[in-house]
Design a protein around this ligand. Sequence first.
Ligand code: ADP
Ligand code: ZN
Ligand code: ZN
Length: 723
Amino acid sequence: MTTIIQAALPVPLSQLFDYDHTDALPVGVRVRVPFGRRQLIGIVAGETATPDERFQRKAISEVLDSEPLWPQPLWQLLLWAADYYHYPLGEVLHHALPVLLRQGELANYQATIRYELTAAGQAVQLEELKRAIQQQRLLAALREAPLLSRDIRLHDYSPQALKTLQEKGWVVAVEHRPAPAQSWELKIAAEPLQLNPEQALAVAAISAGQGHQTFLLEGVTGSGKTEVYLQIIAEVLRRGQQVLVLVPEIGLTPQTLKRFQERFAVPIVMLHSALTDRERLDAWLDARGGHAAIIIGTRSAIFTPCKALGMIIVDEEHDTSLKQQEGFRYHARDLAVKRGYEEGVPVILGSATPSFETLNNALTKRYAHLQIRRRAGQAQPVQQVLLDIKNQPLKAGLSQPLLKLMGEHLAAGQQVLLFLNRRGFAPALMCHECGWLAQCRRCDAYYTVHQGSRQLLCHHCGAQQPLAVQCGDCGSTQLIGRGVGTEQLEQVLQEEFPEHTVLRIDRDSTRRKGSLQRYLQDAHDHKYSILVGTQMLAKGHHFPEVTLVALLDVDGALYSSDFRAAERLGQLYTQVAGRSGRASKTGTVVIQTHHPDHELIQELIHNGYHHFSTTALLERQLTQLPPFSYQALIRAEADEAAAAIDALAAMAGLFPQRDDLIVFGPIPAVMERRAGRYRYQLLVQTPHRSIRAQVLRYVLPQFEQLPQLRKVRWSLDVDPQDF
Ligand code: ADP
Ligand code: ZN
Ligand code: ZN
């Protein structure tokens, strides 16, 4: 009897597609199906008795798997993610698979063909083949050892000769499969450290838990969080279970891997961008088969199936790289917590500078809050210097006192690290002489500078003004609205310090694969004396010879329309300050600002991140911003501004009017024009997650009917991180 199978396909449509098949198929297996004139690889998502009769149904061409690709809890997570992010299930599933499986490769370790002599082949005299040199050569080689198909290519044996020898019955082809990594038992390679009381408490609290629970492990850099992970992992491994560890940037993973390898003599797989597709699939298979004990990877590793998952760890849980910024825009930390729930296992979120979302969950007791306040090793306290740069001459953003400090540290043979703003902070307009800021008349917010249209725009009410040329307070014409570019800075540094070398590390300079690792190594090896970077450089990197760190332009973050800018500044500052005192030399951290008295700056310097974050969190609560409300951002871009605006306005018109729903826009994106395209956005905000889900479920299907959408590229971002 024919079954009607519903398949999820990698197409940008949210529905499932019906296909005929001779038998029932388990949910989660791949099928090859006709779709239009193409053949696509889809995933069986169910069957139906009430198919969509508007279309003529076709049959499944091929079934690719005999069993589901994902264990049940992970399948549940994927279904949930498609629903939560309002992203087509077929695309979510596609995204969650290694590339080779997306392309229809079998979910097996690579099988190769091995050629061996038969008994008849052994008996043949080589002399008999003197007229067939190619066959003779091949037979002689096979006498020595069997050959793999790649050896045939490598040594240029004739495929024709091989075929002939097979036809004569002298050679057989045998399928050869490499054994998966061995099953493992726990071996502790190095002695664990003696835990301090706070670490011991954390380990005890986590191991006492039953089933799923989320823990925030908050501890300053160098407080020994990693040691806590290692000791907890030992317990999980002892039970024969696997551990999944998410880490932010791939530049970090070699260090982490080394520490794990030094401690545990078990199979560890690393999922990083330098793997070939085949290596990635093998790692995936190792994890799914239970052959890998520890799986370490960046955000997409959250989709790795595990046979016996015992724990998930998200290190540096505040890190923005955990959020996918295009296509399927998931947050790997949030998925980790959800997966922990589905799998019934504990989740540890570790950070020196927790995100406000996580912190709020800890403060409201949804997560258990474990703190390590003391530093484990001996670390020198850092010297903090707050430089008021109001009315100071600046060279590419560098003040004289900072240049002098740099000169001293460089002369002593040490390294200097300069941080520039995160790219794309929405800049406010500020007077360089008195610190005045252009403020919206209607809101308690600062205008954002839009250089392209030479306008000031309030991102909260939409009010516009031409770009002011004079300070509203002192009348000065020295208004600054834009951070200095890294390239200009690099040039000035070369002029100021001609005998020193400058290395710039940002997204642009590290686009090529492997270049980040190489730069980091060079920086570590003191091949450059001056390092310039964005906060990419702050993550977990440890440069022992850096003794001076400066944050050049923090005002942009204090007065940005991006409400997360202050949080990011606090994280950056704390990470940076935490690192510069690590080596034996005392570190100095400099902040340049026009607003040295700003409450958040003062909090950061005098009371530290924890205090800073709880204060800033209160502000979020007062203004009803996340995590006290829930947002979704609809972005649109087009060749003409009007097209993007029209499309978003038409979408906005479809939202229901209700008191607990704000739909704000269209307003221009911070970078209004990129690569010649105009970019606008629409912000949706509600006090409850469920309302957001309900409203989006109601409007999204209607979008497909809007003619205005044909001229634009648009996307939905649930829980947006960047504006
Ligand atoms: P974090 O992950 O919080 O940055 P680490 O775990 O890397 O901190 O610890 C920082 C340093 O302190 C490491 O060199 C580590 O070996 C050491 N360390 C951690 N815990 C202890 C401990 N209980 N006793 C002695 N040294 C420790
Ligand atoms: Zn306003
Ligand atoms: Zn002024």
